[in-house]
Ligand binder design. Structure first.
Ligand code: NG6
Ligand code: CA
Length: 504
């Protein structure tokens, strides 16, 4: 060893790290679409929308027929995915306004923090919607805590959604492109004097709202919430997909030599659907279809980047969606009129906001060319399981209180086992329980159809029971024929609720 110079030692250490990286620590890229439905992707049966890049992922990887988001809307799904805890256990995890405080406690063990601990460079690009700061954010100063404080090394995000103010990008702790002489102000209760709104000035709009979304106008589109100032920092919706895609590619290029985890949260096809002009008219379905084609192109750019950098072999790519599809989600964008016979939910019932399957059962594909054998899996898998599964992948143990609802389903995700979870709680304004092929929806009082979107919620005053093996469309409620099953599932759901955790 005495002839081992410092640089030779360093060289050997680096080689060692490289070998370990190649063998044990694949890069992980989570491609997370927003409101993409089970039936919106070619590999899941869509013929109206061509998605060659998502289909390529399915062909080279494993396509799950029972892959789930934890909830039927964005914030709770992302909360559950990043913490490993069902969101319905915690108050304040519903759809957040754009000025909400961060709802994940800094210091908590999270999906990015376990990977960071294991030597990964971690990054988030795209839609955040988990709150920022501790309340009453000053958008012109240092914006924290946020992604960096819960385990990401880098972040480039929008605070909430495309249809909520503030319409600016935030890199790490600050708004991108802000002119200090034109500060940003945000208010979710009242407008700023003299500022136009969609409600008062519809003549200024290039896309009109169908419900809600009639407050501040940015880029000719009225939003939820009021904002003022920050002119130089405002996003242009048409460029958003390209902007996020470029940031995602930059992150991969920059971190290609270390294991990395990239959470790339695409905005498409969430409202407002404003694809870049080069995608306009790519489908017959109007902006919603075109936005999905745009998302597919972004997926393709990521796959091309991995090929170019020779990383495909050692990168686990996961494609999924934060909740099911919705057609009219608040703008007059012809989504309903031009739907034709395209079925965003596929054969499933319901959609976004629903306890029926299409609320949370979403496209779910894993690809790792060096490890996963291509195919189709019927295992029940959920995004809430990424924490325990990736802890296992990187050889780590979770502490007893961490990720209370996350199951290690790594063998299922890698196609090494045909089974994943034996049960899963589905969440949308109330709970349902899937156990094997049984689906139980607990009685609920609320509206049967969402008054805004006109889509089915799954609310019913009586218990519902479906056998998904023969009735995937949840058409026939067989609760009356199987009182014992109803009782069993109701008891199980109650036990999961009371225990405060479900991880084995
Ligand atoms: C709803 C919005 C909808 C969408 C959703 C959040 C109205 C009437 N509807 O409240 O347009 O923004 O919140 O979607 O405002 S999610 O995918 O981020 O959960
Ligand atoms: Ca969503």
């Amino acid at each position: 060893m005495n002839y081992c110079t410092k640089s030779l030692c360093l060289f050997l250490a680096l080689i060692g790290a490289e070998v370990l990286h190649a063998a044990d620590k694949p890069n992980i890229i989570l491609l997370y679409a927003d409101d993409l439905g089970y039936g919106d992707v070619g590999a899941y049966g869509s013929t109206h929308i061509l998605t060659p890049n998502m289909d390529r992922l399915a062909k080279e990887g494993l396509r799950f027929t029972s892959g789930y988001a934890p909830s039927a809307t964005c914030t709770p799904s992302r909360y559950a995915m990043l913490t490993g805890e069902y969101a319905w256990r915690q108050k304040g995890t519903g759809i957040l306004p754009g000025n909400a405080a961060l709802i994940i406690k800094p210091g908590r063990t999270t999906l990015p923090s376990i990977l960071q601990k294991s030597g990964y460079q971690t990054g988030v690009v795209g839609k955040w919607h988990l709150g920022l700061g501790i309340g009453d954010i000053n958008w012109n100063g240092e914006i924290k805590p946020g992604p960096i404080e819960i385990g990401f090394n880098e972040s480039f995000i929008m605070a909430a959604t495309g249809d909520r103010v503030p319409c600016v990008y935030v890199r790490d702790h600050g708004v991108v492109g802000l002119d200090p002489k034109d500060p940003i102000e945000v208010n979710y209760r009242e407008n700023f004097v003299g500022e136009p709104t969609g409600k008062v000035n519809p003549e200024l709009l290039k896309m009109k709202p169908s419900h809600g979304h009639d407050m501040s106008i940015v880029n000719g589109i009225s939003r939820i919430g009021y904002m003022k100032g920050g002119k130089s920092a405002l996003w242009k919706d048409e460029d958003m997909a390209d902007t996020f895609k470029s940031e995602a590619v930059k992150f991969i290029e920059k971190n290609q030599k270390t294991p990395f985890f990239l959470f790339y949260a695409l905005h498409d096809p969430h409202v407002p659907r404003v694809p870049h002009p080069r995608f306009v008219g790519k489908t017959d379905l109007g902006p919603r279809g075109d936005a999905i084609v745009q998302a597919d192109w972004c997926v393709g750019e990521i796959l091309n980047t991995l090929d170019r950098l020779k990383l495909s072999e050692n990168t686990l790519v996961i494609l999924s969606s934060d909740n099911g599809p919705v057609v009219d989600d608040g703008y007059q964008d012809e989504a309903v009129e031009r739907l034709s016979n395209h079925t965003p939910s596929g054969l499933l019932r319901g959609g976004k906001y629903s306890k029926f399957e299409a609320g949370t059962r979403v496209p779910f594909i894993t690809r790792w060319t060096g490890r996963i054998k291509p195919g189709v899996s019927d295992a029940i898998v959920c995004q809430v399981d990424f924490m325990a599964s990736f802890a296992a992948l990187t050889g780590q143990n979770l502490a007893a209180d961490d990720a209370p609802d996350s199951f290690n389903i790594l063998p299922a995700l890698l196609g090494e086992s045909p089974s994943g979870r034996d049960h899963l709680v589905e969440h949308a304004n109330g709970l349902a329980l899937r156990a094997g092929s049984w689906k139980y929806i607990e009685p609920a009082k609320g509206e049967k159809a969402n008054s805004n979107t006109n889509s089915e919620t799954g609310n019913e005053s009586n218990a519902q029971l479906y056998d998904l093996s023969t009735d995937i469309g949840e058409k026939t409620n067989i609760a009356k024929d199987h009182p014992d099953k109803v009782m069993e599932l109701q008891t199980k759901l109650e036990a999961i609720r009371l225990a405060g955790r479900s991880r084995p």
